[in-house]
Write a protein that binds this ligand. Sequence first.
Ligand SMILES: Cc1ncc(C[n+]2csc(CCOP(=O)(O)OP(=O)(O)O)c2C)c(N)n1
Ligand code: SF4
Length: 299
Amino acid sequence: MDLPEEEFVAHGRGGCPGCAAVIGARMATKISGKKTIMINSTGCMCVNYGYNGAPLFPYVHSLFENAGSVISGIDAALKALGRREDVNLIVYAGDGGTVDIGFQALSGAVDRGHRFLYICYDNEGYMNTGVQRSGATPYGASTTTTPVGAKAKGEPRPLGRKKDMVRVMAAHGIPYTATASIAYPLDYMRKVQTALQVDGPSYIHLLSPCSPGWGIEPKDTVTVARLAVQTNFAPLYEITGGAAFKVNIKPQKPKPVREYLATQKRFRHLLAKENESELELIQQAVDARFKYLLSCENS
Ligand SMILES: Cc1ncc(C[n+]2csc(CCOP(=O)(O)OP(=O)(O)O)c2C)c(N)n1
Ligand code: SF4
């Protein structure tokens, strides 16, 4: 893949060291280039990236809840001006802004068929406001609103039921949806390229490790992101036309989920001896989900 030397995210932005969301924005804009208009809904990225002149192209900070509506307006306005053709429209928003509070605006925008790419950087919580749980927080994760204590054991949602935005978006019948990882940059950037070329809405769900929120060292961001894929905890796949599945990485010998969970403080309690059976159930849920994805590919 030919990538430009040119950077579209200026140095000197103010996020945490090793922030996967910033890495993901840098990679995406290597593909989308200078003729991009990007929207961040309120969250870490507008603080890290939007407020200090980091994006070197037109940029809008939308409200937390309405990125889908703002990008719809921009799409319509460019069309009316006859200037839509070679501009890439991207929303880059957190999981809180996507799977919860901005969901309605996003669903409306894709339903209307606006041409834009929506990338959700999923750090599995409301990180900018102090690590609260979101609809994308996985079972058992400790957050400030799902803490671990004498009775509570972290996020209590049913096993394997993290809100599945990729399939929710595919169910809208849009041309292209995919999951991605900063640890597989060529796969991710190919998906951005594909998404920007389709004639209509597209959606990419990018798992984005967050050092303070997940309790990892900044230097381990990429390792943790890679382990999520190698354990099948966060599989890489794409869906074309709302129906045609392709699983992109099929680990020959998937690593045990324990190995992934052990990298993060938010899951530490799950590794205690008394939670062994729980860990086994998590492993079973991960295996079942991967099997399901493979069956979608083959059907
Ligand atoms: C309507 C509304 N509710 C709450 C907030 C406060 N708020 C600002 S950022 C944020 C968290 C954003 O979470 P997410 O979209 O996951 O992005 P992240 O912080 O993880 O980057 C919240 C709750 C707000 N700005 N607007
Ligand atoms: S809190 Fe997490 S998502 Fe926010 S800037 Fe820091 S590493 Fe990035």
